[in-house]
Design a protein around this ligand. Structure first.
Ligand SMILES: CC(=O)[C@@H](O)[C@H](O)COP(=O)(O)O
Ligand SMILES: NCC(=O)COP(=O)(O)O
Length: 239
């Protein structure tokens, strides 16, 4: 049965809009777990546009399921991960100018640096996932670099403008998940998924966990966080 990890970044986006102390992503994470979330995701960005180090430190104490830290492969983030020890680190690309994550991490180009980061994280007993495009060479490289799992970037599928394009992108995700499973990698998926696009994954049991944030936080502004997460949990459990 597929699992759901809830990303609470954009609760922090609302807070940082006024640089005050509410809404608190820690409270949102509690509500998400109460509603059945299987994990909590936070992306601690170098520019601290939303999640702050304080959030990650408190979440380490309060999260009852599993704490997933998304981070760029930098010395600063490595030190923070080594100190806080999330259950899982997902290595993601980061550009200061980006509105949100734009693509998967290119681990073929950066394989030496990424390999060192993976080794160091695993030496701290932290599981490592790599956020990559549904690209077979990237997936094979993730296996070669000894990653524990991958997270397939679902952005191109979610942003597709035509049915044809959407089905092509979905086909890439299915193929990528199949290959990753054959390579005995854990297979997660995320970015841009919403209450409509998640339904397309019905019957595809190669994905272990979906990481979803923005669409849940958006719905929570109308229904409340617990209900928004319950609604997404119900859809993910039906897949
Ligand atoms: C890696 C990914 O797709 C998302 O977790 C995203 O990074 C969330 O953070 P932003 O919305 O700040 O990009
Ligand atoms: N890695 C994807 C994630 O954590 C949430 O992405 P989004 O649903 O906020 O686009």
């Amino acid at each position: 049965m597929a699992q759901l990890a809830v990303n609470v970044d954009h609760i922090a986006t609302i807070r940082e809009a006024r640089k005050i102390n509410y809404p608190d992503p820690v409270a949102a994470a509690f509500a998400a777990e109460t509603a059945g979330a299987d994990g909590i995701v936070v992306h601690l960005r170098g520019d601290r546009r939303h999640i702050q180090e304080r959030d990650v430190r408190i979440l380490r104490q309060t999260v009852r399921t599993k704490l997933i830290l998304e981070m760029a492969s930098t010395p600063e983030m490595l030190d923070i991960a080594a100190d806080i020890k999330p259950d899982l680190v997902t290595l993601v690309p980061e550009r200061k100018e980006e509105i949100s994550t734009e693509g998967g991490l290119d681990i073929i180009t950066h394989k030496d640096a990424i390999s060192r980061t993976i080794e160091q994280l695993q030496s701290f007993k932290i599981l490592v996932s790599i956020f990559i495009d549904p690209d077979l060479e990237q997936i094979k490289t993730a296996k070669k670099l000894n990653a524990d799992m991958i997270e397939i970037h679902t952005g191109a599928f979610c942003d597709a403008k035509t049915e044809k394009e959407r089905e092509e992108e979905f086909g890439r995700i299915v193929e990528a998940a199949k290959i990753a499973k054959e390579l005995e990698l854990g297979v997660n998926a995320g970015h841009g998924l919403c209450y409509h696009t998640i339904k397309r994954f019905r019957g595809l049991n190669a994905i272990d966990e979906f990481s979803i944030g923005h669409s849940i936080v958006a719905r929570s502004t109308i229904t409340g966080m617990e209900q928004a997460v319950r609604d997404m949990v119900a859809l993910v459990r039906e897949l």
